[in-house]
Ligand binder design. Structure first.
Ligand code: B4P
Length: 200
């Protein structure tokens, strides 16, 4: 099994690159943002509970996202590996993920951290807000609140995985294909080093 975390601030390209990476490596994509938005659009009790938090750019409580990931892992027993996108976002989430994976005799192989300047993040998200249905992309104040949440609670997750030598930083500015190539180089090098295999 090969499990990776695609890490970075809001708008750094996690969702964009995830789509391309899962197609190439045959991994199961787990995006907590997508899972939460699907609960909101289905109008479930969970969706109703998180709707306002997400609209204001705050993080959803740890227990909710950890339980969602727990179920997703259980529901995909045959996966070749998982790509975690937007998770973990706090140290408590990272510790829970490590435990859940170790119960399944596996672990995170690599954390790919996309680096993008704040100005570029705001520009990208405002641009997406013009055409997408995401209300958290429509207002600069909310975008800045999301970036502040990232600095306050999420940036520390990289420090957690740095202790185990698992973090690789990748420049997240430039063309989508060039960034994809940089990410693939890191993954391929890790797979060769760990002799992990995944189905193409
Ligand atoms: P997410 O859905 O994870 O969204 P995001 O961090 O805002 O980034 P996203 O992945 O969508 O954007 P991307 O960088 O791909 O989170 C949304 C909310 O959900 C959070 O604020 C929080 O409330 C909640 N949540 C989710 N997970 C949680 C967790 N674990 N714990 C607690 N709460 C949680 O792309 C952005 C834009 O940039 C796109 O339009 C794309 O086309 C563009 N782009 C990408 N690469 C580019 C490039 N190289 N050049 C130019 N543009 C590019």
């Amino acid at each position: 099994m090969f499990n990776l975390i695609l890490f970075g601030p809001p708008g750094s390209g996690k969702g964009t690159q995830s789509e391309m990476l899962i197609a190439k490596y045959g991994l199961k994509h787990l995006s907590t943002g997508d899972l939460l938005r699907s609960e909101i659009s289905l109008g479930t009790p969970l969706g109703l509970a998180v709707k306002n938090l997400m609209a204001s750019g705050e993080l959803v409580p740890d227990e909710i996202v950890i339980e969602m990931i727990n179920s997703a892992l259980d529901n995909n027993p045959k996966a070749n590996g998982f790509l975690f996108d937007g998770f973990p976002r706090t140290n408590a989430q990272a510790e829970s993920l490590d435990k859940l994976l170790s119960q399944k005799n596996t672990e995170i192989a690599i954390v790919l951290a996309l680096q993008v300047s704040e100005k570029e993040l705001v520009n990208r998200l405002l641009k997406r807000g013009l055409t997408s249905s995401r209300i958290d992309d429509r207002n600069e104040e909310v975008i800045l609140a999301r970036i502040a949440e990232y600095e306050k609670k999420t940036a520390a997750v990289a420090e957690h995985y740095k202790k185990y030598g698992k973090v690789k930083y990748v420049k997240g500015e430039g063309s989508i294909n060039d960034i994809f190539d940089l990410l693939c180089k890191e993954i391929d090098a890790k797979m060769v080093a760990g002799q992990d295999t995944v189905a193409e």
